[in-house]
Design a protein around this ligand. Structure first.
Ligand code: PXL
Length: 287
């Protein structure tokens, strides 16, 4: 009689995210990305959204206790190599997640501070932002804001502080200053993406306490994409789970995400969706 020897599991990544029925962003984007990279995704639902590729109509936050219970049951069962947090949905849920992850300080944590959808629909309010800063930033290995989120999060803090970012001037605060603020709030690394900035190219910069770790420049692609931020943050978590250090994981995740955007498709009437499985679908025309 032969015994069945199970294959060793691929690296396991725990994701906290809201669902997106379009498959473009949120939990579905995270699962596709992690599967594409060869990781096993564990998925904790934090909220359910109603949306199409044009916009988010509504969302329903999951009860905080249900979020914590989902997470604890899988964390106690399986070895988790990295954690990724996306849309959270309520202040209570931020507190519940912060408590769960605080029991696993050795697992790298990637936090995508989802404040709004790619089309600008709000997915977090000021109170939720404050909870993210107070409860999750101090536990974050890599924060992955776009430049808009970086400025909002950095501007919203330290109002009485002499070192406050210059907000009276017409000019937007410098992203390096924002990164410094976000690192002072407890994030170990901050990867700020620059697609919303002016310029022929997109510049993404990774910072830590010593300043710039690396700056990557990418050809600006023409589309408007739904789920690019989720893809990038999940890919960072995936590459960390695969054993890379943060600097390398941030580079590889950008290269992977850029490919998904280059191969993006437009299945509906709104934004393009990144093709997380571009390598399965093949490339008919050499672009
Ligand atoms: O792209 C940010 C994002 C994250 N999570 C969910 C979303 C969105 C954008 O629409 O719907 C569930």
């Amino acid at each position: 009689m032969s015994t069945i020897v199970p294959s060793p599991p691929p690296p396991i990544v725990l994701v906290f995210a809201g669902t997106d029925p379009t498959g473009g962003a949120g939990l579905q984007a995270d699962i596709l990305t992690l599967a594409s990279l060869g990781c096993h995704p564990l998925s904790v639902v934090t909220a359910v959204t109603v949306q199409d590729t044009v916009g988010v109509d509504d969302f329903f936050p999951m009860e905080a206790e249900w979020i914590a219970d989902q997470a604890r049951s899988v964390l106690e069962d399986m070895p988790v190599a990295a954690i990724k947090i996306g849309m959270i949905g309520s202040v209570e849920a931020v507190a519940a997640i912060a408590e769960v992850v605080s029991d696993y300080p050795d697992i790298p944590l990637v936090l995508d501070p989802v404040l709004s959808s790619g089309r600008g629909d709000p997915l977090a309010n000021e109170e939720l932002m404050a909870a993210l800063i107070d409860l999750l930033f101090p536990q974050t290995t890599v924060l992955t804001p776009n430049s808009i989120e970086a400025r909002r999060l950095a501007e919203g803090v330290g109002d009485d502080d002499e070192d406050d970012l210059e907000t009276n001037s017409e000019e937007a605060p410098d992203l390096a200053d924002c990164a410094r603020e976000l690192i002072d709030l407890g994030c170990e690394f901050v990867l700020i993406t620059g697609a919303h900035e002016q310029g022929a190219q997109v510049v993404n910069t990774l910072y830590n306490t010593r300043g710039v770790v690396h700056r990557q420049t990418w050809e600006r692609l023409p589309g408007s994409y739904h789920g690019s931020g989720c893809t990038l943050a999940s890919a960072v978590a995936g590459f960390l789970a695969l054993g890379q250090d943060v600097a390398e994981a941030a580079k590889e995740a950008q290269a992977y995400t850029w490919q998904t955007l280059k191969h993006a498709y437009r299945p509906g009437m709104g934004q393009f969706i990144p093709d997380r499985m571009y390598w399965v679908h093949g490339d008919d025309e050499e672009a």
